[in-house]
Design a protein around this ligand. Structure first.
Ligand SMILES: Nc1ncnc2c1ncn2[C@@H]1O[C@H](COP(=O)(O)OP(=O)(O)OP(=O)(O)O)[C@@H](O)[C@H]1O
Ligand SMILES: [Mg+2]
Length: 452
């Protein structure tokens, strides 16, 4: 009987397709120099198909100088993994890594090779540098129900109407990138470009060519057409320097010069180019501390810190949670064509949660629940138990009646809030209930003196 191929749920065809589509060439020889496997990447390296090479011998190709120098005979002899630089007859330069696989007698059974062509640094156009807007609710206004966020939005509105440089600060996931995008929409430059650069993804040595661009023939390996820099792409519009804290000190110095002079010199150019860009920086680090320890330039700090927009963490503006939950439920129900609803006990748990990952964590959770829960109503036992520890108890309590479960949750909510506030008045305010009701709940769940 033939054994079904099943690798962690992946069937043989899919597994084959994964290897066949790898960017690197994968070539496997048996113990006798015969090619037993080769993927599609060989088309790029030798201008021929895998079918034309599989089954043939290594010597069929070496004899006609298909590639050189050869490594396979050495691997068979030395019985160890090796790497070598080669050139093919199509003048492609390759880095080949050969790894022998052994049988139970320590004889070579196969040699697996990874063959990669070198990619020119200058041609490495990493789309991560410019973060494409993937935010689903791009067209939506940021939710701002709480007084803290209302204050933020008031400042955002003001700052978006002027050209002053500003910095958006706050913990990760609080909505800094979203606010920056919103500022673009509100502002004078809304019909111009908005370029979101993630500073963390730009290698230091590529800073100049990415930011300033280069003229044709600027350096060996440069694209023959030259390349536009991020500053040019953002000209007349807004450049968002996301995660600005991640720029190296030398990149910071170069950036400062541009901000001061409002001009820069593309790599290889003979004259400077003037620019008119509004800069918004964003960071979840404490830049002042970085200045103190010398990892962020003080002059750049003051240059970008003209206006600071601080977005408080979600746990400090709980009034936003409910509206965010509704907004995300709508979005994801629409996106997936579903009509899921949240039970009131789930809602209560979400309102109480710490949200260390802020709005992003909430958004991801809602998407996950909408997609993975099959019943119409999403209940507390659907919440991921690693995050919502309380749910563990629920699982054990599955045999409880609906009313008994409700009482358990009521107890949980009251006990955890009381732990924090330790006063019936504050508890009443926090839960938006009357003080009499708060007192009764405390009697019931904290002091255990109620009969209900
Ligand atoms: N006030 C809000 N209203 C609606 N959605 C929001 C709000 N704030 C954040 N979001 C959503 O939460 C997610 C995270 O927001 P965003 O990427 O802007 O956070 P960030 O502060 O830039 O995070 P990081 O520091 O990791 O870059 C996004 O999907 C965004 O749309
Ligand atoms: Mg961001």
């Amino acid at each position: 009987m033939v054994k079904e191929f099943d690798y962690y749920g992946i069937d043989g065809d899919t597994f084959f397709s994964i290897i066949d589509n790898m960017y690197d060439e994968v070539i496997v020889y048996d113990a006798n120099y015969n090619i037993v496997f080769l993927n599609q990447a060989c088309k790029r390296h030798y201008s021929t198909s895998p079918e034309a090479m599989i089954g043939k011998s290594f010597f069929d190709f070496v004899d006609i100088d298909w590639w050189s120098p050869s490594i396979l005979p050495v691997v068979y002899k030395e019985k160890k993994a090796m790497a070598i630089r080669q050139k093919t007859y199509t003048q492609t330069e390759l880095l080949t890594i050969a790894v022998p696989l052994f049988d139970e007698h320590n004889n070579i059974k196969y040699v697996v090779m990874n063959v990669r062509d070198e990619i020119n640094e200058a041609d490495l156009y990493n789309p991560q540098y410019i973060v494409q807007e993937t935010i689903l609710d791009e067209k939506q206004k940021p939710v701002s129900k709480s007084k803290e966020m209302k204050k933020v939005m008031k400042l955002v509105k003001k700052v978006s109407k002027i050209d002053a440089t500003c910095i958006i600060t706050g913990e990760s996931g609080t909505g800094k990138s979203m606010i920056a995008k919103h500022m673009h929409r509100l502002g004078l430059r809304s019909d111009q470009s908005f370029i979101n650069v993630n500073c963390a993804s730009i290698p230091n040595e590529l800073f100049e060519s990415e930011f300033f661009g280069y003229v044709k023939g600027a350096f060996t390996g440069a694209k023959s057409t030259g390349k536009k820099g991020l500053l040019e792409l953002a000209d007349n519009g807004i450049l968002l320097l996301d995660e600005i804290s991640e720029l190296s000190l030398s990149a910071q110095a170069k950036l400062l010069t541009v901000l001061q002079d409002k001009e820069y010199m593309p790599v290889g150019a003979s004259k400077t180019v003037k620019i008119d860009v509004k800069i918004i920086a964003a960071t979840n680090k404490n830049l002042k501390n970085m200045v103190d320890i010398g990892t962020f330039r003080e002059d750049l700090y003051y240059r970008i810190n003209v206006i600071e927009i601080y977005i408080p963490p979600l746990r400090k503006r709980r009034e936003d949670i409910l509206q965010l939950v509704h907004s995300f439920m709508n979005q994801f129900n629409n996106k997936y064509g579903l009509t899921r609803q949240l039970s009131s006990s789930v809602l209560q748990v979400l309102l109480e949660h710490e949200w260390k990952g802020n709005v992003r964590e909430l958004r991801h959770l809602i998407e996950r629940l909408v997609v993975t829960v099959d019943s119409l109503v999403i209940d507390v036992n659907h919440l991921p138990k690693n995050v919502f520890g309380i749910i563990d108890q629920t699982r054990e309590e599955e045999n409880l009646s609906f009313d008994e479960k409700l009482i358990k949750y009521e107890a949980y909510i009251v006990q955890s809030a009381y732990k924090k506030y330790n006063s019936s008045r504050k508890l009443a305010v926090h839960l938006s209930i009357s003080q009499t009701r708060a007192n009764n709940l405390i009697k019931k769940h904290i002091k255990g003196t109620s009969n209900n």
